[in-house]
Design a protein around this ligand. Structure first.
Ligand code: PLP
Length: 410
């Protein structure tokens, strides 16, 4: 069966020109969207014994090899899930159940899918502090690990708001030395920087397809060979009994293709870094009062979290949106509600800066022309809002954004 280039898909892609919110979701690459559509039309349940089922099964296994290759893991260790949130839940709850975990150590800058989960499990929880750049404090981490309790650590590889990259392989060595297990949420890192499961040395690693230009609603949990994991779902026994439920074949195929393309770019050292660095330098040159949050730490090559102290982030996001540029405030979100950023709180970023932080994240569709248009719009926005007394907060007043004013995503 052939499916012509879906014109609407290609057309939509060219319209993503003003999109600077790739950390929220990266629009699917056109070839990925086309492959997903083709597989959906083709159909087939990987558990069926007939030809259509066997073809669907083969497609899933091919995608599994591609996802495994992106992170240097064995294909058999990749469990497909419904996304990063589910992978975090499956990994943490699954190990708590099988490994007699008594305590979790997490950083306070984790994604809500981890921070909310730790409130819902019946084990002790310890938070390891981060420094002003968002990096885990090593000494505090070592001290927390001095415990007789069976411990599972969960620390993300790269932060969704700041782009700050944690030294996970070092932290893994420390955790291992203390007999702890370790999980890392690599949702934001995978596809943007080289990620190697073996080198990181972790027991569990979380991925999500839509952050690397694959489809939404599909992800993976990578599990160290031989480690037992209790499933969250029961029934058909798919994914070697670790995730029952008919596989999202089309989504998985799109994930595999996006992973393959991302790996090709990483191998050729293609990233948004030059564009990002150029934009960042130009923003700082235009607005000396602006602050790049997390600048003292290694960061993802596509992310800028920039604050204009005293200028509310929501007002900035709305102005940029009106100018045709999609960005997020540095605040955390759920269902479109805006609240203070727990990440910036943990980094002890003061109110004026935290309330003014805007996240700019670049991706496969970003080009020089967009960067230049963005820069002009941002300078206009900054000149307008910085001069407008109504947008400023009185000294000492909270800069907490008003709930529901702008939609942001993590
Ligand atoms: N972890 C991180 C670091 C994220 O940025 C996100 C996405 O917002 C998730 C987990 C959740 O992934 P998903 O949207 O696939 O559930």
């Amino acid at each position: 069966m052939t499916l012509g280039t879906p014109y609407s898909v290609t057309k939509f892609m060219t319209k993503s020109s003003a999109y600077f919110d790739y950390n929220a979701t990266a629009p699917a690459l056109p070839e990925v969207a086309e492959a997903v559509a083709r597989v959906m039309i083709e159909g087939g349940n990987p558990s069926s014994v007939h030809g259509s089922g066997r073809r669907a099964h083969a497609r899933v296994e091919e995608a599994r090899r591609k996802v495994a290759a992106l992170i240097g893991a064995a294909a058999r260790d990749v469990i497909f899930t419904g996304g990063g949130t589910e992978s975090n839940a499956l990994g943490l709850k699954g190990l708590i159940a099988t490994q007699k975990i008594e305590r979790l150590i997490v950083s306070p800058t984790e994604h809500p899918s981890v921070l909310d989960l730790v409130k819902a499990v019946d084990v002790d929880v310890a938070f390891v502090p981060v420094d002003s750049d968002g990096l885990v404090e090593r000494d505090a981490f070592c001290t927390l690990l001095e415990s007789d309790q069976k411990t599972l650590v969960s620390i993300m590889l790269a932060n969704n708001e700041t782009g700050v990259i944690q030294p996970i392989s070092d932290l893994t060595k420390i955790a291992r030395g203390a007999g702890a297990l370790i999980h890392t949420d690599a949702v934001q890192a995978a596809g943007k920087i080289p990620v190697n499961f073996e080198d990181l040395g972790v027991d569990l690693l979380t991925l999500s397809a839509h952050k690397l230009a694959g489809p939404q609603g599909v992800g993976a949990l990578v599990l160290k060979s031989g480690l037992a994991l209790a499933p969250l779902t029961h029934g058909g026994g798919q994914e070697l009994g670790r995730r029952s439920g008919t596989e999202n074949v089309a989504g998985i195929v799109g994930f595999g293709m996006a992973a393959d393309i991302a790996l090709g770019k990483i191998r050729k050292n293609i990233s948004s870094k030059d564009l990002r660095d150029g934009l960042e330098a130009a923003l700082l040159a235009a607005a000396p009062e602006a602050v790049i949050i997390g600048a003292g730490a290694p960061r993802l090559p596509n992310t800028i979290l920039i604050g204009l102290p005293g200028v509310p982030a929501d007002a900035q996001v709305i102005q940029m949106d009106l100018a045709g540029f999609a960005v997020s405030s540095g605040s955390a979100c759920s269902s479109g509600k805006v609240s203070r950023s727990h990440v910036l709180d943990a980094m002890n970023v003061g109110d004026a800066l935290a309330g003014s932080a805007m996240r700019i994240s670049l991706g496969w569709g970003t080009d020089e022309e967009q960067i230049s248009g963005f820069l002009d719009a941002w300078i206009n926005m900054r000149n307008r809002l910085s001069q407008h007394p109504a947008t400023k907060h009185a000294p000492g007043a909270s800069n907490a954004p008003v709930e529901g004013e702008a939609r942001v995503a993590s």
